[in-house]
Design a binder for this molecule. Structure first.
Ligand SMILES: [Zn+2]
Length: 351
């Protein structure tokens, strides 16, 4: 009797560990690309929350097949106003939020994020209790981090009206940061933005369902991309013909939900069916799941990269989604956890 009591917990523990192992294997395995599984010489998809170290890329013999390697990194919501803005002012350092991540993020060949709110000294507060507007000097931090492309298609882009959005577009342009999801007029907004790296044409489109018609670009006026399925399918199909890799970013989903909802899944898959290679989601302020669909990866929400939602652990965490290309093929993906400190600096969770 006594012996049994001792053994049972061990059996239960063993069973639990086995099933955990199987689950973890299935989860990780589902993210491996064909090339990775075939090549067998790389470590790969570091994806669990337990990850303590920064992933090591291509260990041992080096690069598979000797192709050209391109690293893309994607981060979620970046809010440089409110408490984040006050902290930068207090520190008298406009790169403050990014000081601890810059060494890492600068390694990306292309770094993407969602800029949640305008950068401007002008405009009029449209009266939401959550209106964001960042000091033009925050461009210093965005540059230090190494951003190449920022989405403006979100529910805060028009917090200070069209003038402030116009300023944001101009400031980013002057600093060689491509904006996507908003532009000076509707024709430009709807057009794919292209960043070429290592002879690969990466195309970018961005959308959000969350804003009213006032926020959308018109024939003559600055604003966000139009959002409806027909338009998106049309943009994506058109873009697909002129780029090698098409990335579509969505500011969508429900706040604080850790799983994507059916609406997100259906829209993301439709976008892949229309020609997108990567779907990059943000807005829920927490990390959501990732799915492989056809040959594409869908990241439903990257969580917060820089934000002041100090009320929960989950809102102070995010991931950097890293995609490694060998020539035009995706050979690895990584989820790299990040955390935001109480003094509102983002760093790798492993540090
Ligand atoms: Zn949002």
């Amino acid at each position: 009797m006594k012996k049994r009591r001792l053994i049972l917990p061990f059996i239960l523990m063993g069973l639990a560990m086995t099933s955990l192992g199987i689950a973890a294997f299935g989860y990780i395995n589902s993210y491996q690309t064909d090339q990775v599984a075939k090549a067998g010489e790389t470590s790969i998809v570091k994806n669990t929350k337990k990850q303590k170290e920064t992933p090591v890329y291509f260990p041992g013999a080096g690069l598979p097949e000797g192709g050209q390697i391109t690293r893309l990194m994607f981060v979620g919501d970046i809010m440089l106003s409110r408490a984040v803005g006050s902290q930068m002012e207090k520190q008298n350092d406009w790169s403050w939020p990014f000081l601890k991540i810059a060494d890492f993020s600068q390694q990306a060949d292309i770094l993407f994020g969602n800029l949640e709110g305008p950068i401007s000294a002008r405009g009029a507060d449209r009266g939401s209790p959550y209106s964001f507007r960042a000091n033009p000097r925050v461009i210093e931090g965005l540059k230090l981090a190494g951003f190449d492309v920022l989405s403006l298609a979100n529910n805060h882009a028009l917090d200070w009206g069209k003038i402030a959005l116009e300023d944001t577009l101009n400031i980013l342009e002057e600093n060689n940061i491509q904006s996507v999801g908003a532009d000076h007029n509707s024709a430009q907004a709807q057009e794919v933005k292209i960043i070429e790296k290592n002879n690969i044409k990466f195309g970018w489109l961005a959308y959000t369902p969350f804003v009213n018609n006032f926020s959308r670009a018109t024939l003559e006026q600055v604003g966000l991309t139009d959002f409806n399925r027909e338009k998106i399918i049309e943009d994506v199909s058109k873009a697909k013909n002129i780029v090698d890799i098409l990335i579509v970013s969505y500011h969508f989903g429900e706040e604080y939900q850790k799983q994507a909802n059916n609406y997100q899944r259906e829209l993301a898959r439709l976008t892949v069916d229309s020609g997108a290679d990567l779907i990059i989601g943000h807005h829920p302020h927490v990390v959501q799941d990732i799915e492989k669909y056809q040959d594409a990866f869908i990241v439903y929400s990257l969580g917060n990269f820089i934000f002041d939602q100090t009320f929960s652990k989950e809102t102070m965490e995010g991931i950097i989604f890293e995609v490694i290309f060998e020539d035009k093929n995706i050979i690895e993906i990584h989820q790299i956890p990040t955390v935001i400190s109480n003094s509102l600096q983002v760093s790798l969770a492993s540090e």
